[in-house]
Write a protein that binds this ligand. Structure first.
Ligand SMILES: *Cc1c(COP(=O)(O)O)cnc(C)c1O
Length: 523
């Protein structure tokens, strides 16, 4: 058995604990890192460069930063032309090959084809072709621009996190098998991320998932999605408490380094580099489907929370994909909209974070934002380190260029194509109604935030693709409020609430949790 270095645990709710960074050791995999491999460097400039496989199972870099490629791989016009006719799996292989240079091509090809199948992404609606994986549909022509929806939510949990998590499950299983190693994923969830992780890791060799959720606090649909899994490697733990109690237990366990190491505990959070890369693929697919020539530009509107999804769009654009604008859509939790309007990044305290009807965007601090700031600051790791220390001490920073600010790079944001907008509960309801009435199309609350903001950011002649991040069935309560009837459910989900459930109820007691885990891992 390979020696198992400590891993940063981050709850599935994706709040990286910067204080854990010092306990993080280099990559879990001691695979070789040769100079011909793509090198990954930290946004804070102080961690050693690593290869793709070395950072695959990890989180933060040891200096507390996030990993990025030392140079973005570029795509040529000839490559884009050749990629137009590829299947999703083959396109995924071509994109992944540029980043995962230390995984043999034949293995990457097999992993891409195992992940992106019509059977896994089977929940396509309206007669769309499931084999397209992320089908694109025209919604309307508005102000001389086409608005299209790209469906990212046809996977097992009906939300876009499946796009990356399904690949991660296969990559983890592959890497662990090579090392004859195992991994126990431990996290807390209040909904989307936990279920995407469980559906990606179910039945995978060498992996167990221990997922905490607040007992009786999730929606019946979300609870059923997770608890109906009968796979012996999935452990659903309903904690007698609220979500914060679950998260506190994850933190407490993560602070016990000896336990963490002995139990081979790791995580799957949104700062994981492989998740970001997996998301880059569908920007290529969306662009290539919406255009007929590389002279055409396309904009994307992205319902955003932790900035993971739109960060992948930024990377696709840096690779040379002809993206015009990247439109960041937020809900009432408008940390990102405020930055892209003013240059001021001001994180919110939990008490100032609203519980909204697009709950997967209820964030107070965007964990992937540092990756963009690194590029915005011309890849100056020292300044990024200083700014994100200021986030910890002063709750934010200011790049507006005004007297006393931390810099004037806000003026460079346009070069990166970023603009933003915000949507409220009333906007969401109005947009869901409008699309149903005008186009007979039912969309979820997060996608509605995207459509609302997209309509405000159109350029005549440039197609706007809105990323559909969930299916309406997941947020039925708000659909009922908007439309007075239930959301449509994909086949197989009709009676999900009545399926037998497998879970354990536990008190919010750290020692009991540790005993529960070690009894099941046998470690
Ligand atoms: C996670 C999630 C988002 C936010 O994505 P980020 O990568 O955190 O910006 C938006 N919509 C849905 C449905 C999600 O599950």
């Amino acid at each position: 058995m390979t020696w198992w270095p400590g891993v940063v645990i981050v709850s599935a709710q994706e709040k990286p604990e910067r204080s854990d960074a010092s306990s993080y050791n280099v990559g879990l995999l001691s695979l070789s890192n040769t100079s011909s491999d793509m090198q990954y460097i930290s946004t804070r400039g102080e961690a050693a460069a690593q290869s793709f496989s070395q950072i695959l199972l990890g989180g933060l870099a040891p200096d507390g930063g996030l990993y990025l490629p030392a140079d973005y791989p570029q795509v040529t016009g000839a490559e884009l032309d050749a990629w137009r006719t590829l299947s999703y799996a083959d396109l995924a292989y071509e994109v992944l090959k540029k980043f995962a240079t230390d995984i043999p091509d034949a293995d990457l090809h097999a992993l891409a084809h195992k992940t992106y199948t019509a059977d896994i992404y089977r929940n396509a609606r309206h007669g769309e072709d499931a084999s397209r994986i992320t089908p694109l549909r025209l919604v309307e022509e508005n102000s001389g621009a086409k608005i299209m929806l790209q469906a990212l939510s046809n996977g097992p949990t009906l939300a876009f996190k499946d796009m990356a998590m399904q690949l991660l499950g296969n990559l983890f299983e592959y890497a662990l098998a090579k090392q004859h190693a195992e991994l126990n994923i431990f996290g807390a969830t209040s909904g989307d991320t936990g279920s995407a992780a469980e559906y990606a890791m179910r039945g995978k060799k060498g992996i167990r998932v221990f997922m905490l959720s607040p007992h009786k606090k999730m929606s019946a649909f979300q609870t059923a999605q997770m608890f109906s899994l009968q796979d012996p490697n999935i452990f659903n733990i309903a904690v007698e408490g609220v979500f914060d109690d679950c998260q506190d237990m994850v933190k407490a366990v993560s602070n016990d380094l000896a336990f963490k190491e002995k139990q081979k505990i790791g995580t799957v959070n949104s700062i994981n580099w492989a998740r970001v890369v997996a998301q880059v693929i569908y920007y290529f697919r969306g662009y290539l489907t919406a255009t007929t020539s590389n002279d055409q530009k396309v904009s994307f509107t992205v319902p955003s929370g932790n900035f993971g999804n739109v960060c992948a769009g930024h990377i696709a654009r840096m690779m040379g994909l002809p993206i015009d604008k990247l439109v960041v859509a937020t809900n009432e939790n408008d940390v990102l909209d405020e930055f892209f309007r003013t240059g001021v990044y001001r994180t919110r305290k939990s008490a100032e974070t609203y519980h909204t009807s697009s709950p997967s965007m209820d964030i107070s601090k965007a964990s992937n934002f540092e990756r963009f700031v690194y590029d915005l600051l011309g890849r100056d790791g020292d300044r990024v380190r200083a700014l994100f220390r200021k986030v910890e001490t002063h709750g934010g920073f200011d790049l507006s260029g005004k007297p006393g600010s931390d810099g004037d790079e806000f003026k460079r944001v346009v070069e990166f194509g970023f603009v933003s907008g915000k949507s409220t509960h009333d906007d969401r309801i109005a947009t869901i109604r409008d699309l149903q009435e005008k186009h007979g199309l039912m969309i979820d609350t997060h996608t509605a935030d995207g459509v609302k903001v997209a309509r405000e950011n159109l350029t005549p002649g440039t197609t706007m693709i809105v990323l559909e991040t969930a299916l309406p069935a997941k947020f039925n309560e708000t659909i009922r409020e908007a439309l007075g009837r239930d959301a449509e459910r994909p086949a197989g989900f009709e009676n999900i609430e009545s399926l037998p459930q497998r879970f354990d109820v536990m008190p919010a007691d750290v020692e009991k949790m540790k005993a529960y885990i070690s009894a099941r891992t046998g470690l």
